[in-house]
Design a protein. Sequence first.
Length: 408
Amino acid sequence: MKIKFLGGAEEVGRLAIKIREKDYDVMVDYGVIPEKPPEFPLPPEPVKSIYLTHAHLDHMGALPVYYHEYDAKFYSTIMTANSMRPMLEDSIKVTNIEGYPSRFDIDDISSLYSSFQNVNYNETIVDGPFQVTAQSAGHIPGSTMWKFENSRSILVTGDLYTKETMLLNGARPQKADILIMESTYAGKNHEERDQVVKRLRQRVKEVVEDGGKVILPSFAMGRTQELIMILSDMGYNISVDGMGNGISGIYLHTPGFLRSQKGFSKSVGKVRQIRGRRMRESALDSDIVITTSGMLDGGPVLSYIEKLMNDTKSAIFLTGYQVEGTNGRSLMENGTIKIAGATVKPNMKLDFFDLSAHAGHDDLIDFVKQVDPEKVILCHGDNRENLLEDLSEFDVELPFNGHEFEVS
């Protein structure tokens, strides 16, 4: 068996893993690093099948590029397939707006979907020499760990979260001979989630009771929906703007993936979904606005901040990782953001709440020990070596992009 990373080996993003067994090639993910311009994996290589772990761009944003040149069966959960289409279509629009050459078009997206094969959790399919089983990865609704079995078994985690949230149950370890695992938070643990939620609710209450507004920049997929569930029972007026509303609709109409479909539906019923410019003009009548983009790079969030930037009673609460070079990172480090090309310094309160959907260092170590593989292959991380000391009892491989290696 041979493994080759076309991307995402020693970096976070553009994950693409090719697995070969008896001249039968499959690939897991084919994503981008959504920077300016986007960074793509190595050029696609023909495979029989592609397995997608989840619908974030850093795992699937380059998939249509593959279908521009080649064809392959495409496997994912129905939730992932439903969620990724608006993200892919929006990425074409963003690329055109930013003036970068587009690597794919709507026809390539259509080719991708014409090859789609739905796989349910706990379902096993036969693909060439492999028996392939899908299991929840706990990261976002529809996220999947893929287990490939023949004489040996390989478990590919994709992005992984092992603890319970209001939206999802955590991933459960599966025994495997070889574990290919993300390492995004190698060397870093998260604050306990229930404490983060408690602190967020308390700070929201303080701001609103003092007469201010809370702006929650949020990722459209997963984070927006979790924030709705965290805050909807507090009795405040909440508006939700941006692509997250469309994703919420997909979650509502694709049952079987949430901890509580009924609970999520009830929470969504308590918020006001902003659709169109006219509704956006009145959104700040609300106490709380949950809105894209989560890193403040475009989206409705900038217009809300611009209107409130001199309101010292109001607040911006960040809840996700802010990539270097983004407005969100600049706000955290320098207190400044760019709006319409001008650098401004909002006078609003600022706080950060770690609601990451990636496993922290100790959770990754615990996951490996429960899988108990003969070999661990660490990917999708900038600091993978931070895991080595705590995994000293295991045979650990740190691959790099473009290098094909054998596993036995």
